[in-house]
Design a binder for this molecule. Structure first.
Ligand SMILES: Cc1cc2nc3c(=O)[nH]c(=O)nc-3n(C[C@H](O)[C@H](O)[C@H](O)COP(=O)(O)OP(=O)(O)OC[C@H]3O[C@@H](n4cnc5c(N)ncnc54)[C@H](O)[C@@H]3O)c2cc1C
Length: 503
């Protein structure tokens, strides 16, 4: 596995050192001493072999920085042990769940220790309150399956759910396909337990439906990408499992017609449980991959996938409105009446991401959000951008939330491609903010979005965030190098490594 270019590591490394005084090569002796103590305190839980270090060096951004050690904690209290030592010796600590982050937020860019929480897998359901208490290493899908057995529903649904962990979901405030009706991870977190950077144990809230005592640090931790504290337990709210689901997949001549339908549907008061959009570029990629048109006779259309859930009566009433609204503009539709048939339709949406690599070997994968009624304006802009920079901009995403995954496809070895990709992404981010949108809706900032933070926030806002970080982690040991340190992702060659979710 090739790592990040060493000169780049040093640049980041030095910058972080100046600001937060984390470990540097001159402190090598201290690092060795700290590691020895860690191995003594947590025997059998500390890995320094290349295989383990490589596996922990990378996430789905595929930029690799080899850490000094990986600690796989077996008990919550071990986290306190790790952090006390790290804080004492100023060792950078990067928390890790499954490493499925799309932004490099799980890459140990300043080296130090990777704190692997994937073995903390407890699940305890309170049958009275229907609140579930979960360890950070439980995967999203395992939790959903477990509570479904009790007729309950944990709605946050990132496409990575088979692998991603609850700890990672909380740290990134993960979304997914069902947010249009059910919201994001934050909407289900009632309380958190964990450790501060100095190794002190803290509880933000309890497994209660109401809790307003003191400042709400729980919500500060959610979405903080492991920079403000480490989650070791989460108390999560559950809903009753919806009685039924129905899904329709609709073809439209172009994106304007598809996105107008979304706006009209929401205006009519129908709240789908899933509302996924595919532009014509994405559909063409999927069709090339499948070697057949998705709607026979209508190749390269724009597609909407709409799921309705609830009681049979509710689904029937909403379906009627939906079909009436789509009738004048849709070129055709397919429906799924069973879970299996729905999964088959969703498989088309899921393969879009991989199928794009037929266009070019690298992508900038964004998760921008714009107001619902401005989604077409954004799509029109991606088409203008495509012409201007000469690179494909396939886009799909959660149209019910205005959250679109715009991709800029480029060939890494082509210098001109890299320059144009960079120009394109900077323009796109400025446009999103100009439209009243957000540079990220579910992936977070990590490394990949850090250059755009200044487009979204004023210097005063950024300074306020940094002062919170400093208050909770004065020595800057928790996931340094992320969010606030501008990182030029297009200057780095992604490593060729197979991740569990690659097909
Ligand atoms: C194929 C694919 C599809 C995806 N689809 C979606 C999607 O639909 N919606 C979406 O929102 N995201 C999606 N993602 C992004 C990613 O899966 C999510 O961000 C997920 O929440 C990360 O979980 P993880 O366990 O892999 O965390 P990791 O990648 O291991 O870590 C992510 C961040 O969380 C921090 N962290 C991890 N555990 C803890 C902890 N216990 N305490 C404190 N900090 C911690 C890490 O330091 C890092 O900053 C997708 C990714 C892939 C690869």
């Amino acid at each position: 596995m090739n790592g990040i270019a060493s000169s780049n590591i040093c640049r980041i490394y030095k910058r972080i050192h100046l600001k937060s005084k984390v470990s540097t090569p001159s402190k090598k002796q201290t690092s060795i001493q700290a590691l020895k103590q860690l191995q003594r305190r947590l025997p059998g839980r500390v890995w320094v072999g290349l295989k383990e270090l490589e596996a922990a060096s990378v996430d789905n951004l595929r930029i690799s920085v080899i850490p000094d050690a990986v600690v796989k904690v077996a008990a919550e209290a071990d986290v306190g042990v790790v952090l006390k030592l790290a804080n004492q010796y100023k060792i950078p600590v990067t928390a890790r769940g499954a490493g499925s982050s799309a932004t490099g937020s799980a890459v140990p860019v300043c080296k130090g220790w990777v704190l692997d929480l994937s073995e903390l897998k407890g699940i305890k359901l309170n049958p009275y309150s229907k609140i579930v208490t979960v360890g950070p290493g439980v995967t999203t899908e395992a939790l959903q399956k477990k509570v479904a057995k009790a007729g309950l529903f944990y709605p946050p649904d990132p496409s990575s759910k088979k692998y991603s962990t609850i700890g990672g979901n909380i740290a990134c405030n993960a979304g997914g396909m069902r947010c249009v009706k059910y919201g994001v991870t934050r909407d289900y977190v009632l309380g958190l337990e964990g450790y501060l950077a100095n190794g002190s144990f803290v509880k933000w809230g309890l497994p209660l439906k109401k809790f307003v005592s003191g400042y709400n640090l729980k919500d500060l931790w959610i979405g903080s990408e492991g920079t403000l504290g480490i989650v070791t337990q989460a108390h999560l709210k559950l809903l009753p499992l919806p009685e039924k689901r129905w899904m329709g997949m609709f073809a439209f001549k172009n994106e304007q017609k598809a996105l107008k339908l979304v706006a009209n549907l929401l205006k009519a008061g129908v709240v789908p449980s899933l509302c996924e959009f595919l532009d014509r570029q994405s559909v063409l990629c999927a069709e090339r991959f499948l070697n057949k048109p998705i709607f026979p006779g209508h190749s390269g259309v724009s597609i909407l996938m709409i799921e309705l859930d609830g009681s049979s009566d509710m689904i029937r009433a909403n379906k009627k409105v939906l079909l009436e609204l789509t009738k004048p503009s849709s070129l055709g539709f397919k429906e799924a009446k069973t879970e299996k048939a729905s999964e088959d339709l969703l498989a088309i949406r899921r393969l879009c991401s991989q199928s794009m690599y037929a266009i070019a070997d690298t992508k900038l994968n964004e998760d921008v959000v714009v107001p619902i009624e401005k989604q077409y304006e954004l799509i029109r802009y991606t088409l203008e951008l495509k012409k201007e920079i000469g690179l494909s901009t396939p886009t799909f995403g959660h149209a019910g939330d205005g959250n679109l995954h715009v991709h800029i496809m480029y060939n890494r070895s082509n210098k001109s491609d890299c320059t144009r990709a960079k120009q394109g992404i900077l323009k796109l981010m400025k446009k999103v903010v100009e439209l009243g949108g957000s540079i990220t809706g579910e992936h977070g900032i990590g490394l990949a979005k850090s250059p755009f933070l200044k487009f979204q926030h004023s210097p005063e806002e950024i300074a306020a965030m940094q002062s919170i970080r400093k208050a909770l982690d004065p020595k800057g040991i928790l996931n340094p190098g992320k969010i606030f340190e501008p990182f030029q992702v297009w200057h780095h060659t992604p490593v060729e490594t197979k991740m569990p979710w690659d097909h």
